[in-house]
Design a protein around this ligand. Structure first.
Ligand SMILES: *Cc1c(COP(=O)(O)O)cnc(C)c1O
Length: 374
C-alpha cells in the first residue's frame, strides 16, 4: 500500500500512548532493567518504524521482531538501535544479518554447523533460546545446552544473550510459570559459567508487569506497549495503567430511510421490522472486519449502534437511531464522548485475544499518527 489514501477510513495511532505505557513499565521495573520494544508484525499493526522510534525515545534500548525482513524494514526506516530476531532464520541469510547488525536467535546444533560453513566478514551477534516449557523453540536440556555451547567455538560468533519465553505468565494460576522459572534458573547457571556478561531476558508484557523483580537484565514488552492487557486477569489486576494507542474510524458514506420489511446485504439475512435509518460505512472483511462481527456496535456521536446484515468485502451497514449527514464520523474501536468500544470487546465477540484483533486490521487501512499525552 502506498502512502496516499483517498478513502474515509483510518486507524489512529497515538504515539503519546506508547510513550506513556513504556514510562509506566519503566517506573515499575528495577533501575537498569532494559526494555526490548517488540515491534513484530508491523508493530502489532500499529506501524513498526513509528512505534520503534517512539519506543526508543521513551527509553527502550532494543527492538525485537519475528522475522529477518521485519528487522531489515526497521533498518530501511533509519532505525539504528540493536534488533533481535526472535524467530528462526535460515542460516544462508546470516551474511545479511551481519551486514545490517541484526542479532539472531539460535538453539540448534545443525544451524550453528551450517553457519560455520558460510563465508562472511564481521561478527554475528546471537542470543540463545532456551525452552523452559513453551514447547516452541529452544534448547530444553542441560546436555543439549552444553553441546550447543561447544559448537559455538568460532571467533565470528558472538553470544550476546540468552532468553526464554513464558506460556502462562498472564494466567491466574502461577504453578506453570514458576516451573518455567525454575527450569530457567537451572540452565541459566550453566550459561553464566560459560560467559558471565550475557544479556538475560525472560519476561513478556504479562511477566514484566506482574513480576517486575524477577526480570533479569531485560524485558520484551509487546502487547502492553500498545496499551492492551495480555489477558482479562492482568487487566483486572492492572499492575500498570495503560493507554490504548490504536483506534479505528470511518465515516458514513450513505444514509437512507428504509421501509418495514426491506432486507440488507448479502443473503438478505437482516430484514427491517419497522421503518429504519440505515447507514453504510466503507469498511469490510478485506480490511480485517471479520464477518462474524455482524451485530457488533459502532459509535456515532457517542451512541452505540449495531452493524446489521452480512459484512461485505469493502463495506457494511449500520442501523442508525436517526438520520445523520454523509460524512458523520463512525468509530469502531476507541472512544466517543463517554462511550468506548475496546479491542477487548471485539476480541471477546470473536472468542480470541486482543493481539489478533490488532494484527488482523489490514494494511489497506491507512495509519494516522498523533501524539496526545506527551
Ligand atoms: C511476541 C513475543 C513477545 C511479546 O509478548 P507480549 O505478550 O506481546 O508482550 C515476547 N517474546 C517473544 C519470544 C515473543 O514472540
Amino acid at each position: 500500500m502506498g502512502e496516499v489514501s483517498y478513502r474515509p477510513a483510518w486507524i489512529e495511532v497515538d504515539l503519546g500512548a506508547i510513550y506513556y505505557n513504556i514510562h509506566q513499565l519503566q517506573n515499575r521495573l528495577p533501575e537498569g532493567t532494559e526494555i526490548f520494544a517488540v515491534v513484530k508484525a508491523n508493530g502489532y499493526g500499529h506501524g513498526d518504524v513509528e512505534v520503534a522510534r517512539t519506543a526508543i525515545e521513551a527509553g527502550a534500548s532494543m527492538l525485537a521482531v519475528a522475522l529477518l525482513e521485519e528487522a531489515l524494514h526497521l533498518r530501511e526506516g533509519g532505525i539504528l538501535a540493536p534488533i533481535l530476531v526472535l524467530g528462526w532464520v535460515d542460516p544462508k541469510y546470516v551474511p545479511i544479518a551481519v551486514e545490517h547488525h541484526i542479532t539472531l536467535t539460535f538453539f540448534q546444533k545443525s544451524w550453528l554447523e551450517q553457519v560455520k560453513q558460510i563465508p562472511f566478514k564481521g561478527e554475528l551477534s546471537l542470543h540463545l533460546k532456551v525452552d523452559t516449557g513453551m514447547g516452541r523453540l529452544g534448547v530444553t536440556t542441560k546436555s543439549e545446552l552444553e553441546t550447543l555451547l561447544e559448537v559455538c567455538n568460532d571467533s565470528r560468533l558472538h553470544i550476546a544473550g540468552a532468553f526464554t519465553h513464558f506460556a502462562t505468565a498472564d494466567e491466574r494460576g502461577l504453578a506453570y510459570y514458576e516451573h518455567q522459572q525454575l527450569n530457567w534458573i537451572k540452565l541459566q547457571q550453566i550459561l553464566q559459567s560459560y560467559k558471565n556478561d550475557l544479556l538475560l531476558h525472560t519476561g513478556n508484557s504479562a511477566a514484566s508487569m506482574r513480576f517486575p523483580n524477577q526480570m533479569f537484565d531485560a524485558v520484551r514488552f509487546g502487547i502492553s506497549m500498545y496499551g492492551l492487557y495480555p489477558s482479562p486477569i492482568v487487566k483486572e489486576e492492572k499492575p500498570i495503567n495503560l493507554h490504548p494507542a490504536m483506534s479505528l474510524h470511518t465515516k458514513l458514506i450513505h444514509v437512507k430511510q428504509v421501509p418495514t420489511g426491506r432486507s440488507i446485504s448479502y443473503g438478505a439475512t437482516y430484514t427491517t421490522d419497522r421503518e429504519e435509518w440505515i447507514g453504510t460505512i466503507p469498511l469490510g472483511y478485506a480490511d480485517g472486519l471479520a464477518r462474524q462481527l455482524t451485530g457488533m456496535d459502532v459509535l456515532i456521536e457517542g451512541k452505540r449502534m449495531p452493524i446489521v446484515g452480512k459484512i461485505c468485502m469493502d463495506q457494511c451497514m449500520i442501523r442508525l437511531d436517526q438520520s445523520y449527514p454523509i460524512g458523520t464520523q463512525v468509530t469502531l474501536i476507541g472512544k466517543q464522548f463517554e462511550e468506548e468500544i475496546t479491542m477487548d470487546e471485539i476480541a471477546a465477540r470473536l472468542e480470541t485475544i486482543n493481539y489478533e484483533i490488532a494484527c488482523m486490521l489490514s494494511s489497506r487501512i491507512p495509519r494516522h499518527y498523533l501524539n496526545s499525552t506527551r
